[in-house]
Design a binder for this molecule. Structure first.
Ligand code: M6R
Length: 614
């Protein structure tokens, strides 16, 4: 949560920083602020609400030109979303402006210490305490980087900090622990940010900052040290997407653009994963085949949409490999004292690679000697860095807060993992794996087919804009699809939406069915006769009680169409792969319904894209 950017160079820092914040606004939009330094003076502007409010303020205030600046867009933790609590925070001596992403856990003690020294904080934030502490250190004569290093050593919790000192106006200093920070390396200019999207229009050369490291940037230098003051090894990398990927490209919302990007994203995630003989080669896996053969349990840990991808993974992995697979909400995992050990493979799924709950879960797993494999979309982020192996999804940047192409590519990565394990453990014949890979390679076209015929879904959204409650049901892999459809609707349209396992309806939730309640029913392909028939029975049960049924089923499934008030046709695919096509209409339904209701689809209320606090 919170987006952070810092710039030093010859351009107008304010422009670079505000543009960077625009690209980071998906991380939080409770308030925004900037600070620039010129002639040894700090200039600060900050405002509650979205970035647009800050821009209005800046248009009135006209800050002087400067080549050094920092900025912040906030997802509030300590203290409400007010002007005073907005970042940057300024030290009492007027020298330090500082922005922060994360939570300082020992801030109460530190605040008391400052109070004893006669320093009173203006805001309710934990961040201001850090600004004050750094201010004390520079007043005592330490250069900014040293001051930050000393203060970081005293902080507990998660933080990315970026600071400038009005008396040393040649650079920006940033630090990180448990929170994301990347450095953008330009020519005669350098950047720090929570995410490369903030500087992608200026440079595609980046450096990952490791845990407990500090970086100081000037226009021509980038120096990285550890919290112990030792020089740190740097890991430069080239960002393989460009500015156009971080822009809307003519769509009204990033989310809609990202839904339409799914055929390409799925194809890219499949690219280069197997040879002509269908031998899977997941070369980012740094766990030996011998170790993979010893795995006797898989536990998938993830949050939100990624958790639902994990639920689908369970069906595929258990079916293909016969390895028991549990799926656990990352936020619950370490608190229940899970039984994990050296023969457990923990699979962490995270689009951002920064989700704190998931990160803490994998740290716990590694402490218990488990091997950890990350499925992640963000190169260089913390979760893959702290894992033994990674399968990167190649979805490109996902900016809409509601995950779409992130989800579909996570599914693909899970399928690939399942097949790879089946290959390594020799529990499936080569031709069986080849057949599933063939089916997977046809999925981009199948998804395109769904998108080409999306008109009825859009009409439905217009019709349902006033509904107060929508239900989703499914069985087998259709169950996580139902959960995902409901989550999309909750987070975007702010209406009550629930997903249920269709078989569970009669154990309680069927009481919710009343006249004209919309119920989306995900019907399995007819290839699984028993499963299909059971869902058809569930469909009849709810229809008999007055529900309006919106049925997602294979295009020529005549048996089911007679129970459907609305039929959404899906291409014929095999059962386990059906989520790749069945989720798409539900994503579009939520996007369109939220649009009809006049909501901000890309930045739904109370949410942030990357949840870096527990
Ligand atoms: O970045 P991650 O995949 O770890 O994020 C996990 C969830 O926070 C995320 O999927 C969230 O549920 C989305 N807003 C759902 O659309």
């Amino acid at each position: 949560m919170c987006g952070i950017v810092g710039y030093v160079g010859e351009k107008v820092a304010l422009d670079v920083v505000v543009e960077g914040l625009r690209r980071l606004e998906y991380r939080g939009y409770d308030s925004a602020g900037v600070a620039i330094v010129t002639n040894e003076t700090l200039w600060v502007a900050k405002k509650a609400g979205k970035l647009g409010n800050l821009e209005k303020l800046l248009a009135e205030e006209q800050l002087p030109p400067s080549g050094l600046g920092i900025g912040h867009t906030r997802w509030a933790t300590h203290g409400g979303p007010t002007d005073v609590n907005a970042h940057p925070h300024i030290s009492s001596n007027g020298r330090i402006a500082l922005v922060h992403n994360g939570i300082i856990e020992n801030y109460v003690t530190l605040r008391e210490e400052l109070a004893a020294a006669g320093i009173t904080c203006e805001s309710e934030t934990d961040t201001e305490i850090v600004a004050q502490l750094v201010g004390q250190q520079v007043s005592a004569g330490l250069p900014l980087v040293e001051a930050m290093r000393v203060v970081c050593g005293r902080l507990r919790g998660a933080f990315t900090l970026v600071a400038v000192d009005s008396e040393t106006p040649d650079g920006v200093v940033a630090a990180r622990r448990n929170s994301p920070l990347v450095v953008g390396v330009g020519e005669g200019e350098n950047f720090v940010a929570s995410d490369v999207a903030a500087f992608i229009e200026h440079t595609r050369e980046a450096i990952e900052l490791g845990q407990d490291q500090l970086v100081s940037i000037t226009p021509d230098t980038v120096k990285v040290i550890t919290f112990d003051g030792e020089p740190a090894e740097v890991k430069p990398y080239h960002v393989d997407w460009d500015l156009s990927a971080a822009e809307k490209g003519g769509y009204d919302w990033f989310m809609r653009k990202e839904i339409y990007e799914q055929p390409r994203a799925v194809a890219d995630t499949l690219l280069g994963r197997h040879d002509a003989n269908s031998q899977l080669t997941l070369d980012e896996i740094r766990i030996s085949e011998a170790e993979l053969r010893r795995v006797d349990k898989i536990i998938v840990v993830a949050c939100g949409t990624a958790f639902y991808a994990g639920l689908v993974a369970k069906y595929a992995i258990e079916h293909w490999t016969r390895i028991p697979c549990e799926v656990e909400l990352a936020s619950e995992f370490r608190y229940r004292d899970p039984i994990v050990g050296p023969t457990t493979l923990v699979v962490a799924i995270s689009q951002s690679g920064e989700t704190a709950d998931t990160l803490m879960a994998i740290r716990h797993a590694r402490e218990q000697q488990s091997r950890v494999l990350a499925i992640c979309n963000t190169n260089g982020s913390t979760i893959p860095r702290e894992s033994d192996a990674v399968i990167y999804t190649h979805a490109g940047p996902e900016i809409g807060v509601a995950s779409t192409k992130g989800f579909l590519t996570q599914l693909v990565a899970c399928y690939l993992l399942g097949l790879y394990l089946a290959q390594v453990r020799e529990v499936k014949y080569g031709d069986e794996i080849a057949e599933i890979l063939r089916e997977l390679s046809a999925m981009p076209d199948a998804i395109s087919e769904v998108l080409d015929d999306i008109g009825p879904v859009l009409n439905l959204a217009a019709e349902f804009a006033d509904k107060r409650s929508v239900l989703f049901i499914g069985r087998h892999v259709g169950y996580p699809v139902a959960l995902e459809g409901a989550l999309k609707l909750k987070e975007l349209a702010y209406i009550h939406a629930e997903g249920f396992a269709a078989g569970e309806l009669k154990h309680g939730p069927i009481a919710l069915i009343e006249d004209q309640v919309p119920v989306f029913v995900v019907v399995p392909p007819r290839g699984r006769d028993l499963l299909h028939d059971k869902v058809v029975s569930n469909l009849q049960e709810i229809r008999a009680r007055g529900a309006k049924t919106i049925v997602l089923a294979e295009e020529d499934d005549d048996e089911v169409s007679r129970y459907a008030d609305v039929m959404i046709k899906l291409p014929r695919v095999s059962t386990l792969l059906q989520p790749l096509v069945a989720t798409v209409p539900l994503q579009m339904f939520a996007c369109e319904l939220a649009t009809q209701k006049g909501h901000d689809v890309d930045q739904p209320r109370n949410l942030a894209k990357s949840v870096t606090v527990e």
